[in-house]
Write a protein of this length. Structure first.
Length: 84
């Protein structure tokens, strides 16, 4: 069972690398989300007040908080513009 033990060790090493990669990705997305809340949200609120997105309640709050901005970036990266 030496080969099985080696295989399990290599898989554990890969999962550790994958975990830290996801942590780094989350960190960078959160940094960009904070920047987006500070820079993009005021313009989005102006456009919403002007009536650009009358039928879309998600559009007004897409960059209103760090969580919403992170969610918006994730949805855009994963599925582009085709989220419901």
């Amino acid at each position: 069972f030496k080969e099985l033990r080696r295989l399990i060790q290599m898989m554990g090493s890969c999962f550790k690398t994958l975990f830290w990669s996801l942590c780094l990705l989350l960190l960078f997305m959160t940094i960009w989300a904070v920047i987006a809340v500070e820079l993009i949200n005021p313009k989005v609120q102006e456009l919403a007040a002007a009536g650009c997105w009358e039928g879309c309640d998600r559009c007004r709050r897409s960059f209103s908080s760090t969580f919403d901005a992170n969610l918006t970036f994730f949805q855009t990266v994963v599925a582009g513009d085709s989220w419901g």
